[in-house]
Design a protein around this ligand. Structure first.
Ligand code: AP5
Ligand code: MG
Length: 224
């Protein structure tokens, strides 16, 4: 792939569709940072203070974090040096105002030959529930699945050895609320990328490796 041009990839998909899993692998492949806003918030929520408390409370209920916090965190992260050649976003934009902010940002940083593409990982609500009920995560950001992506040592992270836990928002009642919110907010965002001819749809209900292969094959066509 031509890596001289700036590449921006935006992952869309319901909670548990595998955005984080695929964004991290694609980041390694393209040597670009994979930025998950949810992950940045989770890390912040482990600190002390008012912001951490607010984030913990909102995220445990599966609600959206207030817009001013979102843009502030996003702004700081995208100013970091590693994002200069491009970046992969997972979980942003999540509503119309965020799409407007992102479009504004892309207008400023992209040259005509650069790439900005969206990838939708298509997964049914039924599959989401199956995946999230058996997800385990580490504070370092790594995510596992007890069946489909088990850690090498039961209960511990492959990367840092940390203890694996269930995310607060992976409780069945919170999953249902997150799915409702996703279906409500996401449609216009997908439509926007589709209308521009810059949306790649990927069949998410395949093994992790097959999803990855499909994403790379689709990107190879687009990023010539
Ligand atoms: P965030 O962390 O982004 O949560 P999400 O969008 O609900 O998505 P998930 O992280 O739950 O799922 P994923 O698609 O990344 O799937 P994963 O790869 O882990 O956001 C959390 C919260 O932060 C939000 O609720 C909100 O409060 C806040 N927030 C974030 N962004 C915001 C924004 N823009 N505005 C306002 N608030 C915001 O995979 C899931 C499981 O399935 C894992 O166990 C994995 O191992 C497994 N798996 C993955 N792929 C496969 C496969 N192909 N086959 C089988 N299993 C698979
Ligand atoms: Mg994620």
């Amino acid at each position: 792939m031509n890596q001289k041009k700036k590449i921006i990839i935006i992952f869309f998909g319901p909670p548990g569709s595998g955005k984080g899993t695929q964004a991290a692998m694609l980041g390694e492949y393209l040597k670009l940072p994979a930025i998950s806003l949810g992950e940045l918030f989770r890390r912040e929520s482990l600190r002390k203070g008012k912001l951490a408390k607010t984030l913990k409370e909102i995220m445990s209920r599966g609600k959206l974090v207030p817009q001013e916090i979102v843009e502030d965190v996003m702004d700081k992260r995208l100013r970091e040096k590693d994002a200069r050649a491009g970046f992969i976003l997972d979980g942003y934009p999540r509503k119309k105002i965020q799409l407007e902010k992102l479009s504004e940002r892309l207008r400023k940083i992209l040259k005509p030959d650069d790439h900005a593409l969206a990838i939708l990982v298509d997964v049914s609500d039924r599959e989401v529930k199956k995946r999230l009920s058996k997800r385990r995560v580490c504070a370092c950001g790594a995510a596992y699945h007890l069946e489909f992506k088990p850690p090498r040592q039961r209960g511990n992270c492959d990367f840092c050895g940390g203890r694996l836990i269930t995310r607060e928002d992976d409780k069945p009642e919170v999953i249902a609320d997150r799915l409702k919110l996703y279906h409500k907010e996401n449609k216009p965002l997908i439509k926007y990328w589709e209308k521009q001819g810059r949306l790649i749809r990927i069949r998410g209900e395949q093994a992790i490796g097959s999803v990855k292969k499909d994403i790379i094959a689709a990107l190879k066509k687009e990023l010539k």
